[in-house]
Structures are given as structure tokens and as C-alpha cells.
Design a protein around this ligand. Sequence first.
Ligand code: HXC
Length: 522
Amino acid sequence: MSQQNPYNGQNPNEILDRKNAEAMLGGGQNRIDAQHKRGKLTARERIELLLDEGSFEEIGRFVMHRTKDFGLDKQHYLGDSVVTGYGTVSGRLIYVFSQDFTVFGGSLSEAHAEKVCKLMDLAMKNGAPIIGLNDSGGARIQEGVVSLAGYADIFYRNTRASGVIPQLSAIMGPCAGGAVYSPAITDFIMMVENTSYMFVTGPNVVKTVTHEEVTSEELGGASAHSTKSGVAHFSCANEVQCIEDLKKLLSYIPQNCEEIAPVYPYEAKDDELRPALNTIVPDGANKPYDMREVIEATIDEDSFLEVHKNYAENILVGFGRIGGRSIGIVGNQPSNLAGCLNIDASKKAARFVRFCDAFNIPLLVLVDVPGFLPGTDQEWNGVINDGAKLLYAFSEATVPRITVITRKAYGGAYDVMNSKHIGADMNFAYPNAEIAVMGAKGAAEIIFKNEIKASENPAEKLKEKEDEYNEKFANPYRAAHRGYIDEVILPEQTRQKLLRAFKMLENKVDSLPRKKHGNLPL
Ligand code: HXC
């Protein structure tokens, strides 16, 4: 019996070739050209830049939307508005979805959402990071609630995957409305300057409701989110830089919550002194300096990757390596607001600490903090809650944790900044460290108020009492006598001590009491 050719006499391989070629063009050459004219790469070009050459395997290249309304039954594009698949970055498995603006403006259809969800499920089951390259006009307007459902399916998976696999988002075009909440749940957001924006409601709605005139860039561009809102962790000059930054970030983080980050070969002698450290922290207690210099003189050369560089600059957070191993670094920044903790700094550091803890990245905490920033603005906006977030984040972290007090550690901020009392494993202090409830002047004014008032020369008396308080408390020894400080070290010894201590803590096992989950003060 002769079999009928199901391809109407066409060569099946040629059909496949044709379909593949069609899919490569997304929304067509004209729209690709328009994308390039906007200074943007296409979804596929971005994937090519991100992954190791030739490693990309696409999933769902021929998926199409199923909508018939508003003439969509006549407009089909293979793959619909997102390219999904897996590949490697520096040899490590990565899942990636890249929204294709050339197809219905990258808008999210039911099919688009299904492709992303399928990828997220694979990433979860196989324990590898997922990267989203976002460039989308939001919900596919012609699909209505089906598109909203698709978003929710993604949000749900983002949440379930949080803390299990790293999730990274790069915003390379529009990302508006409820669509912003997927990247917001992921671990890190990169934004490309001048060509990307994120907002819940755009400039037109803003104008109608609040009468504010604002451009998309002003409202939700890379600059706004990396300096004002803190939504973006990295602001990148262009797409190529953005993808380079993604790859760099990946190098510090493990594949999933059960693994450790890759270890890079590094010649590290654990008796190595770094004399440059002896002169970075100034003698005067109130002189500013840049904590970055302490970080850079301590960790492996050129290994510092600062996160949230231009947001809440009174605290520094970022990744580095010591002896080739990844660490997360949190440091007060005395050159900004004297290194005070405030709402933004507490939130910034708390989120970073929780990421590191979730993904087995040991923490180094550098302390020079005069306390929490006073004022009605801080109090009325909830510094109590936000300061508590940082305290909570450190307290629940089970990764190896080491603190170095480089100068001041005053008041509640001393407790919060990874003190021994909240579970730090090793606490070091420099010889000039001051660990006290508050600065000497403030302390003397309170406890010797009457004596100073009664004195013939109050200014002189205040100075005398200030000196007395300084002598008693402006040093690390009270804390060291009690074992709150494990060792007082010379600055030049910092690297040596950290190399040894992190090595000693390499196999640390600690766990939290059994619970469903804690109740972080949100
Ligand atoms: C369907 C869309 C679309 C969308 C854009 N397009 N957004 N199609 N649904 N959401 C299509 C356009 O019709 C156009 O098709 C192509 O994509 C490119 O769009 P342009 O407008 O030509 O591009 P540009 O001038 O660069 O403007 C981009 C844009 C604009 C700013 C994103 O398209 C826009 O404002 N789109 C609508 C945004 C929006 O309101 N989305 C819904 C948000 S609410 P052709 O065929 O001409 O190439 C939302 C809720 C999510 O997302 C809730 C989750 C809980």
C-alpha cells in the first residue's frame, strides 16, 4: 500500500530549513532594522553575546500564539515574542530567555509565558541560574486576561525559585506595568542607560494623576533606578557592557543553593602582609576615607565587583575573592554621611546579605559606623523596621561571617554590623577601634551633665570628661577582654587573618531552628 506524503510533495528537510530561517527573522527584517536604529540588539544577538560560542540550544523555536481576536489569526511569528533555551557561560550551564521586541513589541502572550515557565521549571529541576533579557511592551493587549495569567504564572515561579537558583534580570528596553514584578523578585537587576526603563505607571498616567511632567528616562531609566529607587543593582553604559556585567556577576555565584561558587586559581600566601592598609584609616576619628581602599588592599587583586554602587552610598556592598574564593563584602563608607546607617543603607545591605546567605557565599563585614542617622525623615519613614531588616539578615545568616572593625562601632549599629552577639564567627578590630555606646562628647554631655553645669569652666570640664570617656572606651580592649573581639590586629595583617579564618570556616555547618519561615520585618 503506498503511503501518502504528508508534506504535499515538499522535501521535509527543506520545510525545516525554511521554518528555521523564518524563526531567525523574528518580526521581520524591517523591525530588526528598526531595533538596530534604536541602538538596541535583537533578542538573538543578545543571547549570542551572553553564551559561550556555539553553546546555545533553543527550546520552543516554533511555538506560536493562539489568539484569533483583533486580526491576530493572520499574524503569526515562529517562536512568538521570546527566544528561550540553554547554553553555557564560561562552561557553566545557564538558562536564558530573551524577549523579542520585533514581535508584537516583545509583549507577553500566553505562548510567551508558557515558554518562559517551561524554562524556569527546567532551571529549577536542574539547578542552574536563569537569566531574563527583558525588552517588552508588557501584556499582549489583544489577549487580555490570558496574558495577565501568564505573568502571574511567571511571578509564582520567580518566587518559588527565589533562594534555590540565582535569577538575574537585564532590562534592555521597556519593562512597564505589572511586568516589572518579575525582575523585581529576581536577585539582581541590570539596566542599560538611555534605552531601558521600568515603571509601574508611565509618564502619561503620572501626568493625569499627579500632574507631574516627567520623561520615561527620568521616571524609570537606569539612572533613576540605580541612584534614587535602588531597584537596579547595576547601571550599564550599553548592552554589550550589560552582558559583560552579567557574565562577571555569574562568576561570583554558585549554580544553586546546594553548591558553592566557582573557585578561581589564585596564588595566596596566608602569611601575606599588606602594609598599604596601615595608612588608609586616618588617625582622627572623624576624618573621612574611602572603605573601597581597605577592600581593594585586602582582597585578591581586581576582584571587587561593587553592587548598587550609586545607591545608598553610605554603605558598600559587593562581591570579591579571597584566595580565589567568592565572598560577599559589606562595609560602612565613612566618606558618605560619615558611614551612618539609614533606611536605604539598611535595606541595601540586608538584601545583599540574604542573597549571599541563600547561595553559600561567606561574608566579610568592615565596620566604621557612628550609628543610625537621626531625624524625623528617618523615623517617620520607618528606620526602626529597616534597621531591623539588616539585624535580622545578619542574625539568620548561617554562612561563614567575619567582621573587621576598622575604627568606630557605636551604639545599636555596633550590634547590627555582624557583631559576635548575632552570630559572627570571627571578629577582629584594629588597635585604634572605638567600641562604645556613643562618641565621647555625646556620652560626656549626658553622664556628666550636672558636673559640667556646676563647673566654673564648663568647656574645660566637658573636655576633661570627654578625654576620660575616650580613655576608657575609645579602644577595642573592653570588647576584647570579654571575647566580643577575638583578636586585635594590625591593619597590615588583615588579609593574612582573613585568609586563615575563612579557610578555618570553610566547612562550617549551622542551621536555623525548624520553622516554616521567619517573619522578616518588611
Ligand atoms: C501588543 C504591542 C504591545 C502590547 C507594543 N506592541 N506593545 N502589541 N501588546 N502590549 C506592538 C506595537 O503595536 C507595534 O506593532 C510594536 O509592538 C512596536 O511598538 P511601537 O509602539 O511601534 O514601539 P515604540 O514606539 O518603541 O513604543 C514601545 C512601547 C509602546 C512604549 C512599549 O509600544 C507601548 O506603549 N506599548 C503598550 C504598552 C502597554 O500599555 N502595555 C500594557 C501594560 S499593562 P507593529 O506591528 O507596529 O510593529 C501590563 C500589565 C501586566 O503590562 C500586568 C502583569 C500583572
